[in-house]
Ligand binder design. Sequence first.
Ligand SMILES: [Zn+2]
Length: 407
Amino acid sequence: MPKTDGARVIADLKRLAEFGRYKTGVHRPTYSAEDVASRHWLAEKFADAGLDPVIDGIGNVIGRRQQASRRLLVGSHSETQPHGGWLDGALGVIYGLELARACAADPALAGLGIEPVAWADEEGHFGNMLGSRSFTDGLPEDEIEAAQSRDGVPLRAALAAAGFAGRACERLDPARYVGYLEAHIEQGDTLEATGLKIGIVEGIIGSWNYWVTITGQQNHAGTTQMARRKDAGVAMVQLATRIHDRFAAIAGPRTVWTIGRILLDPNAPSIVPGRAELQVQFRDTDPAYLALFEQTLLEIVAEADRTGPCRVAIEPMSKSEPAAMDPGFQALIEAAAERNAPGAHLRMPSGAGHDAQILSRRIRSAMMFVPSVAGISHHWSEDTKEDDIVLGAQVFADAAAAILQAG
Ligand SMILES: [Zn+2]
């Protein structure tokens, strides 16, 4: 098994966090000067590990290993959320780098085809998982043309400023890889709350989103008799309660749902609201639960519309499909976790989206989690205990070597 150097992992993570340091976290949006500099730094580290680094036309950094006959792609993304944490993405990238170095240092493992990768823009500064999608399926030209940052910078201009425009985009050849393995911080508190060290991801949730509109009659709050009102605010509150109660009755063990956005119009103290909107989201790894939730939501809305006095309409906004992780890879991660941390691991879903859900469409893919302190992420205070980072690196390396050796 590869022998990882925990101190080197921590040192490299801290060095990577210097690119765009913000308090104890990092501000490194995709294609910012700091992001570009960090990608060149990663390419140098990949070269130092004996790999052939490529930074491609979308900013993906891949450490190519030409000689191997069977390869495992390992990594995560390297940009951060605005004022985000130092480990989200970076942990998986440095684990991949360390794995490549540990294998290169061991004559028995030096032939293993480890290819580390740092994907671009998983965090969605310009689009949705641009780097891993570009690599896996290619990006539609019209999407590249239309994409821009929240500040209105076109993707094309950002790529040109970064020095990536005109480079070829690397594309996945499924025959080249045994699969893809990604480590990530959990970003929740399941592992910490249970005192466990390694999460073996069974699947990445799908997230389905809907926009519900309630139309009533705006009117004077003093002169409109109660019996004659078509109060969109009352209808909205009743509908939200009904949705929550019905969802709770049919939920799977890990289904989560949220009404995260509500608008009331005109939202004034002396006016009967004439219109209300709410956005409903639910997530699960099991497509059957997603379908059941959708059917139930449509029924609730149709019933409310029929009963009145307000009209209620629903429109789907977006649906991402859940991604199952490879069962064989899961078993090998679990065995590696059991060797390094007996009894301190857990199979669990991923409540957040990750690059692995994109790769899993084309090649066998799996993920493992390390604990997040207090479950905090997408914030500069995000952290993981050093011991947990070091342990995770070794489990990751053991699992990766086992996957390659098993075929
Ligand atoms: Zn991430």
